[in-house]
Design a protein around this ligand. Structure first.
Ligand SMILES: Cc1cc2nc3c(=O)[nH]c(=O)nc-3n(C[C@H](O)[C@H](O)[C@H](O)COP(=O)(O)OP(=O)(O)OC[C@H]3O[C@@H](n4cnc5c(N)ncnc54)[C@H](O)[C@@H]3O)c2cc1C
Length: 521
């Protein structure tokens, strides 16, 4: 039994005993919900500052979040592995420049073991709601295993976590095998099956080339094409892994240079589109060349696979294989709109029905929604649900983390939080910002920490101003069907700044942006 398995077994044997809900002394100083990249970053940062009274609540039975739940064929990171890691826990052993998902899962477990996080995590605890008790200045968290209370609540439940089922007529009538990529059935054998895959985002692009050889026939249903950059992937050579093992400095150097490159491709061009549109145009050209090179002399397919929206409106991805797959005899790209799903196939609006055995939904996740952002109701001052508040009043949060009216509450991956360089960078920045608030509350003997309304409003105004320069408002995003956008027409997923700025602000922004209150007023 490995170290992670032993820790999970021990954690299950520990009896849950939530404290009385009436006391004004909370069970924990900090509760963290979710044990993915964000929750683990939060816990490690608290430990680093000597704050040990915290608990992680995780609904599943292991750490890892995304990398625990997504096991579809071909899953791999699409940001270079040297930068898709915690900065303080680099890994010399990635087998490829873009590591496969299974390695990420192992990495997350290893980090959790090293920092003793299994001991601080309750698995199988589903958070149903959280409510701020104004009279006692604490959060009361309602779970499937009773109530927990904490002075501070960190929500690290991710945003790509609730699989999205498309609302296609007849989808529930399908009698064959149906699976969402985020709930892949490892035991199901696709060999010789007639398969339809709906969805051509980053996940679909990874699955399609992986299964095409194995299945009898594959229909790929595309609503919106995706921009695809060639993937500079390769096995990590032995000498490089040895060098990394021997020299932390070499590894840091590699991380820094890949970070700079990723920042240029994924962040700078998108955020400062108005100032330097040439960068995005250059990337669009690179993507088009990638398409033409993989499918030489097939202009009919070029037309179908070229996005009508600009680069950056929707998450672009990397692949050297995806386009090529459409030159196979057993693969068809279907661009006619789907009319309905029948018991045995899919009917398109042109009247054609294609029979299938298996339906794969590569349709992503519920991102901005009343039930998904976050995954449970969060009732702040006056009992107002944050999800409802955001849904009605636009998504907004100071530094993507804190909201007036929701004291002692920190939402990782909040509105405008993510810099697209690497998720780890955002998680580390948020962890520092959150831990500074908790630490400062300790120092000042305060029970309540709340971002000042005027600070938040100024920040939101500044974000709106910066949005004016991004691709989202200037690069013909209307046709992109992108999860970056919400129903208000805002694009609150990505932060309009570089990750360097985000990290510096997390570390050094003045704590005077917050009100610290002793007692409950
Ligand atoms: C397939 C896939 C590939 C990706 N690849 C990349 C990439 O290459 N580069 C990149 O920068 N980003 C990538 N992302 C985006 C992002 O990096 C990952 O989703 C990241 O793992 C998110 O980390 P997280 O900790 O915030 O959330 P998650 O990993 O989603 O973890 C959230 C945790 O919260 C738990 N939880 C949720 N609700 C509750 C509840 N009510 N009660 C208790 N527990 C709850 C979940 O079980 C989960 O363990 C990818 C996302 C996906 C889905």
């Amino acid at each position: 039994m490995g170290a992670a398995e032993q820790h999970i077994k021990d954690a299950k044997l520990t009896k849950l005993k939530p404290e009385s809900v009436s006391t004004s002394i909370p069970d924990y100083e900090v509760l963290i919900i979710g044990a993915g990249i964000s929750g683990m970053a939060a816990a490690i940062e608290l430990k680093r500052r000597g704050i040990e009274s915290f608990q992680i609540l995780e609904r599943a039975d292991d750490v890892g979040g995304t990398w625990r739940d997504n096991n579809y064929p071909g899953i791999a990171v699409d940001i270079m592995s040297f930068v898709y890691t915690y900065s303080f826990e680099q890994n010399p052993d990635w087998s490829r420049l873009y590591a496969p998902g299974a390695e990420l899962k192992r990495y997350m477990r290893k980090v959790a073991c090293k920092y003793g996080l299994y001991r601080s995590t309750r698995f199988g605890v589903v958070v149903n709601s959280a409510e701020f008790d104004e009279s006692k200045s604490l959060w009361r968290v309602n779970t499937n295993q009773g109530f927990f209370t904490a002075r501070h609540l960190t929500s690290a439940v991710g945003s790509l976590v609730e699989p999205k089922k498309p609302t296609i007529r007849g989808i529930d009538d399908f009698q064959g095998k149906c699976m969402h990529t985020a709930r892949w059935d490892q035991d199901y054998d696709l060999t010789g099956k007639r398969v339809a895959l709906i969805g051509t985002g980053a996940t679909g692009v990874q699955v399609v080339p992986e299964i095409a050889e194995q299945v009898e026939h594959l229909d790929v249903y595309q609503r919106t094409p995706i921009w695809i950059i060639p993937k500079p992937d390769a096995r990590t050579p032995f000498w490089l892994r040895t060098l990394f093992r021997l020299s932390g400095t070499a590894q840091k150097g590699m991380r820094l240079s890949t970070h700079a490159l990723t920042e240029l491709v994924m962040v700078v061009g998108v955020t400062y589109f108005k100032q330097m549109p040439w960068l995005v145009r250059m990337l669009e050209n690179v993507c088009l060349k990638n398409l033409h090179k993989q499918l030489p002399e097939q202009p009919d397919l070029w037309k179908k696979l070229t996005p009508k929206y600009g680069f950056g409106c929707k998450r672009p991805t990397f692949s050297n294989e995806y386009f090529k797959t459409f030159s196979r005899d057993n693969v068809e790209l279907v661009t006619d709109s789907i009319d309905c799903i029948t018991a045995s196939g899919i009917k398109t609006k042109d009247g054609k029905e294609r029979e299938i055995d298996v339906l794969i939904l590569a349709t992503g996740f519920e991102v901005f929604g009343k039930k998904s952002f976050p995954t449970y109701p969060v009732l702040g001052r006056g009992g107002i649900d944050l999800r409802e508040y955001w849904y009605t009043n636009r998504y907004q949060a100071f530094e993507g983390l804190t909201v007036p009216g929701y004291p002692n509450f920190y939402m990782f991956m909040g509105p405008y939080a993510l810099t697209a360089t690497s998720y780890f960078v955002m998680a580390e920045g948020n962890a520092v910002h959150m831990a500074r608030c908790v630490e400062e509350a300790r120092t000042r003997g305060a029970e309540v920490v709340e971002v000042k309304q005027e600070v938040h409003d100024r920040y939101f105004e500044e974000i709106q101003k910066r949005q004016q320069s991004t691709v989202f408002l200037n690069n013909n995003c209307g046709d992109s069907s992108s999860y970056y956008f919400d129903h208000h027409g805002d694009a609150p997923l990505a932060r309009p700044s570089t990750s360097m700025e985000m990290l510096l602000r997390a570390k050094y922004l003045s704590m005077d942006n917050y009100r610290f209150i002793r007692g409950n007023r």
